[in-house]
Design a protein around this ligand. Sequence first.
Ligand SMILES: C[S@@+](CC[C@H](N)C(=O)[O-])C[C@H]1O[C@@H](n2cnc3c(N)ncnc32)[C@H](O)[C@@H]1O
Ligand SMILES: [Zn+2]
Length: 316
Amino acid sequence: MAGRHRYPQEPMANETMTNPPVCNYEGSDYQTSFWEQGGREYEDRAEAIALRKLLPKSGKIMLELGAGAGRNTPRYAGFERIVLLDYSTTQLAQAQERLGRGGKHIYVAADIYRLPFREGLFDAATMIRTLHHMADAPRALAQIRDALSPGATFILEFANKLNLKSILRYWLGRQVWNPFGLEPVEFVKLNFDFHPKAIRNWLGELGFSIERTLAVSHFRLEILKRAVPAKLLAALDGLFQPTGALWQLTPSVFLKARMPENKHGKNLIPDRVIDLFKCPDCGNQKLEEREGHLYCPQCDAKWALREGIYDFREKL
Ligand SMILES: C[S@@+](CC[C@H](N)C(=O)[O-])C[C@H]1O[C@@H](n2cnc3c(N)ncnc32)[C@H](O)[C@@H]1O
Ligand SMILES: [Zn+2]
């Protein structure tokens, strides 16, 4: 069962049969146990500060990948519409409770490896604490690139294997894996830490340019977190975050990457929600609205719409 913590980072993986496998948060109490009761006010505030430094002030349509229970979503208030995408419908239901149904929020259950959106749609995307679960990170990043419009902003948070603690542990012989190696390390099933250079290489190969790098969560130490109020510790972290331009030795790193501009300008963003989607099975961009589902006339697939969540994980 996902949601029980045997490691301070993230829940135990409950692997799906998809390929690559998905770390399944269905039924997980992640938001409550990890954030609200997990003593992570400092981390949450430090992330809010990093996001404020990186987010565009305003925009048309934002894609939040691995949105979970919508912890960060209110921070994207400058966007006219926000698509919350997550594999777990129970996480999305919690996000609905927090943010409400309808209005500017669109809830989508889908696999990041198989995104159900028209190409070149979003003018911004964020992916926070989610690449962490990707066994095939370059494949996930390529899917995201395809969904972004020319000139779009992509804010990516990743767990950094080259952090001070892991370097010290390695030097002291208390950790077998080498933090300096470029390959991801899977320290718990479906939980990966990445080398900053590997991430930069993958983004570069996909055509992104990296505009800013922030080192985040310098003070993720129980003793400090207990002694110093979270607000103050996070403000201090905020002062140190820009050092990410020079080195990244923190457990968390935020990047702001940009898609190349296109001389034909941006694509038009459709008004109707149905026109945001493509069929993830056959790529058809003209889905039809039916009672309780979206229908793909090209391959006959039916994609459920239940409780305000468009579900593209498995066809009906
Ligand atoms: C650690 S939580 C982070 C949630 C949120 N971004 C936050 O920071 O509070 C990771 C989220 O990624 C989602 N996830 C993991 N693998 C996924 C995949 N392949 N496709 C879509 N969502 C995925 C999980 O369901 C979970 O909600
Ligand atoms: Zn289809």
